[in-house]
Write a protein of this length. Structure first.
Length: 325
């Protein structure tokens, strides 16, 4: 994982700035945090799970929270996604995307890549386990699969408790930290495996960088035909490019869903503001999760075309209104 420059316009951080992240040492979250030079100089606060990170941020125990939200193989990290949609009022400051390699590791001498028969149990974070389904099915079909609150915690438990016959799925760094031996490297189902992480804070929106993304949750009108189509048309009409659209149950009853959307642009762009205004007016509710620098660094420029088109149209409309006497 290579270091990336801090997004343009990011606030100046100091060594006293506390950043809570999903620990313990050796998690992919920690590795992703280390790719951000400005965040690396801050005070890291490893916490045991995503909910603990979010609770610490909510209680003011940390200044920022850094958590995984999406994986290229398994999809959304629902515990993060649902917490942002329903439980907390945080704003996304930036996204970080890193490549992920998952290794099978155990106490030294436990097994080899050619002979895994001594492994009877596999521990890991559920999302990581899901990313290795094919390997587990074909190579360890009889092993018991147990969930841990993080990949690194699984590795730490094996190392500290000297669990014979138990393997962890974790990062190569975790094996080094907790004295384990890599049995099989790179067991993820697809080599192009990436995970997206979010930096979260309270009550602040980063300034526009020119390559931004906005994230929202839309709660649709109940029992109204064509509600999703109506939502999508607001983006199509303004040529705003959607990069993510997912549905989640609202917890209010069976059959009730909300939509989580990411799209190009910043809330300071008039065309984005106009889109959000229309959605808020026509749908039951809209929750703003943030406008933040996109991780890809390759803006298509569509949001700028939309912004210019909106401004031109608004100038035209205002010229007509000035004729009112």
């Amino acid at each position: 994982m290579t270091a990336a420059a801090a997004p343009e316009g990011a606030p100046a951080l100091s060594p006293s700035t506390r950043i809570g992240y999903m620990g313990p040492h050796g998690t992919f979250t920690e590795a992703a945090l280390a790719t951000q030079p400005d965040l690396s100089q801050c005070t890291p606060v490893p916490l045991i799970s995503v909910p603990e990170v979010l609770s610490a941020l909510d209680d003011g125990e940390v200044d920022y929270g850094f958590v995984p939200v999406e994986n290229a193989i398994e999809g959304a990290v629902n515990v993060t996604q649902d917490a942002l949609a329903f439980d907390f009022d945080f704003l996304i400051q930036r996204e970080v995307v890193v490549n992920v390699q998952l290794d099978l590791m155990a106490l030294p001498g436990t097994a080899t890549a050619e002979d895994l028969t001594a492994i009877h149990t596999v521990l890991s974070f559920p999302v990581a386990i899901a990313q290795c389904r094919a390997f587990l099915h074909t190579q360890l079909p009889d092993a018991q699969i147990e969930a841990a609150t993080s990949t690194a915690l699984a590795a730490r438990r094996i190392g500290e408790e000297q669990l014979a016959g138990v393997a962890a799925i974790a990062s190569p760094t975790a094996a080094e930290i907790y004295g384990l031996e890599t049995v099989v490297a790179g067991i993820e189902d697809h080599r192009e495996n990436q995970t997206r992480f979010l930096l979260l804070a309270k009550n602040q929106v980063p300034p526009a960088s020119g390559n931004d993304k906005t994230s929202i949750v839309v709660f649709q009108q109940q029992n109204e035909p064509g509600s999703l189509l109506g939502i999508l048309m607001e983006f199509e009409a303004r040529r705003l490019d959607l990069s993510r659209l997912e549905s989640r149950p609202t917890r209010r009853g069976l059959g009730e869903y909300c939509f989580l959307l990411d799209f190009e642009g910043h809330i300071s762009d008039e065309v984005v503001a106009d889109c959000l205004r229309a959605l808020k007016m026509k749908q039951r509710d809209v929750k703003f999760l943030g406008s933040f620098p996109a991780a890809n660094g390759n803006s298509s420029g569509r949001e700028r075309v939309s912004e210019e088109a909106w401004t031109s149209s608004d100038d035209w409309l205002q010229s007509l209104r000035r004729l009112i006497s």
